[in-house]
Design a protein around this ligand. Sequence first.
Ligand SMILES: Cc1ncc(COP(=O)(O)O)c(C=O)c1O
Length: 396
Amino acid sequence: MPGPGFEFLGDEERHNIEQVLKNWSLTRYLSDDPEKHSFVRRLERDMESLFRSGPCVAVNSGTSALAAALAGLGIGAGDEVIVPGYTYVASIGSIGHFGATPVLAEVDETLTLDPDDVERRITPKTRAIMAVHMLGAPCDMRKLRDIAERHGIWLIEDAAQACGGSFQGARLGTIGDAGAYSFNPFKVITSGEGGVAVFHDYTSYARGFAYQDQGWPPLRDNNGVGKGEASFGLNLRMPELSAAVACAQLERVDHVLTLTRRIRDRLSELIGSHEGMRQRKLNDADGDCANVLVYTFDSEDRARRVAEALQTKPLIDSGRHYYGNMPQLSGNSSIRYARGDLPRTDDLLSRSVAISVGVSDAHLGSGFGVAVRSTDEDIARAAEKFNAAVTSAALP
Ligand SMILES: Cc1ncc(COP(=O)(O)O)c(C=O)c1O
């Protein structure tokens, strides 16, 4: 099973899908009254109220949500956006897609953006920081918010892997000027494909909405002459069938997170401490989505031996999340990065191994571990296996 939400797909999702099929209301715009039958609209509203956020726009993927967020904030050619070198390629690619330059920054022991390194990379061209809540764990949003405010730049949250998580009580994705969630099958909750962009103010929301709806103002009010600037856009709208599933999944999000956090705590208690190994630091353990539990070792060799014994790999070997392994960054003449450009990130990822708590994804390096419905015995077995691997990797 890929992600925790996937394991809970059930009767509520099926019921909502049947509602769509009953009316064949396959798009949010089928009815003249967009408020009436639309699950897409319901998802946006439910999200706004559960997360106490500004206006939301449901789209067809997390990548589209990032694009809508960037479009909403007016990011374009000539702009620089600071983004971590440890993230999914979509965070970096969405910036490049708008003709802006992704400026890669180091992560710290939390494996999320290092605020000090972010500040060092700010230039007169910097328009935004994209904070990625990587592996479900919150970035230090207090420090990043402070940097963004002092420099007069936007703060965007890529919360694709962290739907429902929080930092000091505020939901991830709602703290910056714009945020993005993904509902692909590896995420906290899923609709197969799908995503939501969230905005802090109406102006950026209207622009973000227009980007995913062929340039139309939100909800096509007043026959397209409602509030919002005229623009061109694409069609990245979320279909009703996806929204029907996402609405049911959103109702489960806090339950799912309670379970993953409980499993994380139990696993970490059973694993205990080993010399030369420490648990990844968390900026807010209560707000962590607990998708994975990460341990960092004192040497790359030891991390490799532990990973091999568990038939998984250190995080640096992730083909899709480590900048040094992204072909998009080595084959591109204008945006070029190669292993070695971010020494601290390289060092941390080469010494870190992840255990799946709710997200099992070989590409993410979380091929070993447990799932959200694992029993206490499964959890104890996984901890025992991990401890044995750590002990034998310590032997000469
Ligand atoms: C950090 C991050 N950003 C963006 C995305 C893109 O989401 P999607 O696959 O829904 O387009 C992902 C998905 O894996 C992700 O992990």
